[in-house]
Design a protein around this ligand. Sequence first.
Ligand code: IPD
Ligand code: CA
Ligand code: CA
Length: 277
Amino acid sequence: MSPREDYVHPMQDLAREAGMLLLSFFGKVSIEYKGDADLVTKADRASEQLIVERIRKQWPEHDLIGEEGSRRETGSDFRWYIDPLDGTTNFAHGFPVFCVSIALEHKGQLIAGVVYDPTRDEMFAAERGSGSRLNGRPIHVSAIGRLKESLVATGFPSHKRHKNPNIHFYHQITLRSHGVRRAGSAALDLCYLACGRYDAYWEFNLNAWDTAAGVLLVEEASGKVTNFTGGPFNIDSREVLGSNTLLHDELLKEFQAIIAGRVEGLPNVPEYFPSNR
Ligand code: IPD
Ligand code: CA
Ligand code: CA
């Protein structure tokens, strides 16, 4: 199997098929929990089963990691990252922002990634060195050069309640931009950055299957992805900061100030409602 084989086309077919499967469950599934808090539905598992079966059939010697537990770890040069349903909380509540995300790594480098949103029929696809596309057309990050003119995105772990200070970052960046959206799908957030709908995006505590395809999409669309201090992003990084490149230094400065505690405090709630005191 050569790294030059055309992966991105079969990946798109697979993501589309899995996305259609998700749609067939949309509005009809009940919520289950994995562990004590993490949401999962029948659709997550069915989608992963479909994707993993196809990969195993077509590329039996490749390693893979799927969010719902599929694993093959033999030290192969190739490794797949599969998020069979990114945006499970949205999906389970009938909120139509979710997708399938599939990425392929070769010798530690992401070489192809696809993200498919079945509700809008939007297929985002990237191949290293060949740019990023939305439904076949090349896409590029935005040209917004100042944070105060930007639209930004972030995410909060839905039900997992990781202890992280993101609410402070959310507050500060909201004050300094046109707004911060929290739509509930990390993979789509990255794709929307890649095609210029957002100008920047950050999040804490993501997993490789959330970010792998989206990060390649951003980079191939001339965006930049690092950790919160400007160091290189790698697939196991728990922090991701992506931008249209132009905003990156300004964001890093803001993040440094927030990390150092040089911030405008959050409003005091009881003071805001004096009659309740
Ligand atoms: C979640 C989504 C969400 C992000 C969470 C992720 P899931 O993935 O990407 O936007 O904020 O941290 O876990 O659980 O729906 O696949
Ligand atoms: Ca996810
Ligand atoms: Ca998922």
